[in-house]
Design a protein around this ligand. Structure first.
Ligand SMILES: *[C@@H]1O[C@H](CO)[C@@H](O)[C@H](O)[C@H]1NC(C)=O
Ligand SMILES: *[C@@H]1O[C@H](CO)[C@@H](O)[C@H](O)[C@H]1NC(C)=O
Ligand SMILES: *[C@@H]1O[C@H](CO)[C@@H](O)[C@H](O)[C@H]1NC(C)=O
Length: 227
């Protein structure tokens, strides 16, 4: 009997994915719309939220924790964030035009990994409040980086523009397009400690997937597309 209980305990322990920081990811709509087709009814004139992701400095970022962490499954509905309308619509539009689906997927993939500390409403509020702490576009313009069809800027200039506001290093996320290859700024990641209160440096060996290249391609400078 004791063996049986210990066994269950061990299985549950090993399955729990943990986060030790958050990464807020703000996307630049004109670049995001190079990677999928955007709705004509969504033309935000600003950086918008992609999400806020519980992440781990020592491993892969946990995902879909409703599957792995044996927590009660909370199914997202738009009604759960109604008190954040219309702020959430403005800051976190789905560029394909399906907000509830986008928000629900972000909740399942990422929000469920911090649901012990942030319920649905607090999770979405954390994203909105964090985004509003840094006006990314204004930070770039203040650093003489302007959305433009052909101008190119050094990666360090983008980083320094954010550091001027947060005092911490962001994670730049880029895509490559065209021939010869052009590096386009796609997203800006801002890292915060696990409380969500304090900015911290994003880790230099930030995970990069196939779609989102890091911004170091051949030492090339980076383009910020016009809106
Ligand atoms: C994530 O962070 C915690 C705390 O630092 C650690 O115990 C855990 O093993 C890490 N990795 C994963 C994949 O959860
Ligand atoms: C956006 O906000 C309004 C309320 O201001 C609401 O009626 C509408 O349903 C919201 N849109 C979505 C997609 O949730
Ligand atoms: C763009 O977003 C930032 C951060 O949320 C906000 O502070 C700023 O007012 C927005 N700018 C415009 C023009 O809406």
């Amino acid at each position: 009997m004791l063996f049986f209980l210990l066994n269950i305990f061990a299985v549950q322990q090993s399955a729990i994915a943990q986060y030790n920081f958050f990464k807020l990811v703000a996307q630049w709509p004109p670049a995001a719309c190079l990677t999928f087709s955007c709705s004509a009814s969504r033309k935000p004139q600003n950086f918008t939220l992609h999400g806020i992701w519980p992440s781990n400095t020592t491993g892969n970022e946990p995902r879909d924790c409703f599957k792995t962490n044996h927590l009660p499954r909370i199914h997202f509905t738009g009604a759960m964030v109604q008190s954040l309308f219309p702020r959430i619509n403005n800051s976190w539009p789905d560029l394909k035009g399906k907000e509830e689906t986008f928000w629900g997927t972000q909740w399942d993939n990422h929000g469920t990994c911090s649901q012990n500390n942030f319920n649905v409403l607090n999770y979405f509020k954390l994203a909105l409040d964090t985004k509003d702490r840094v006006d990314v576009l204004k930070a770039f313009v203040n650093n003489n980086i302007h959305p433009h069809p052909t101008n190119l800027y050094r990666k360090v200039n983008f980083e320094n523009a954010i550091i001027a506001v947060t005092k911490k290093k962001p994670e730049l996320r880029c895509i490559l397009r065209d021939r010869p290859k052009v590096v386009y700024l796609l997203e800006v990641g801002l890292c915060l400690d696990s409380t969500g209160n304090n900015f911290m440096d994003c880790s230099p060996r930030s995970p990069v997937n196939v779609r989102v290249k890091n911004c170091d391609y051949m030492g090339q400078d980076i383009r910020l597309l016009p809106l």
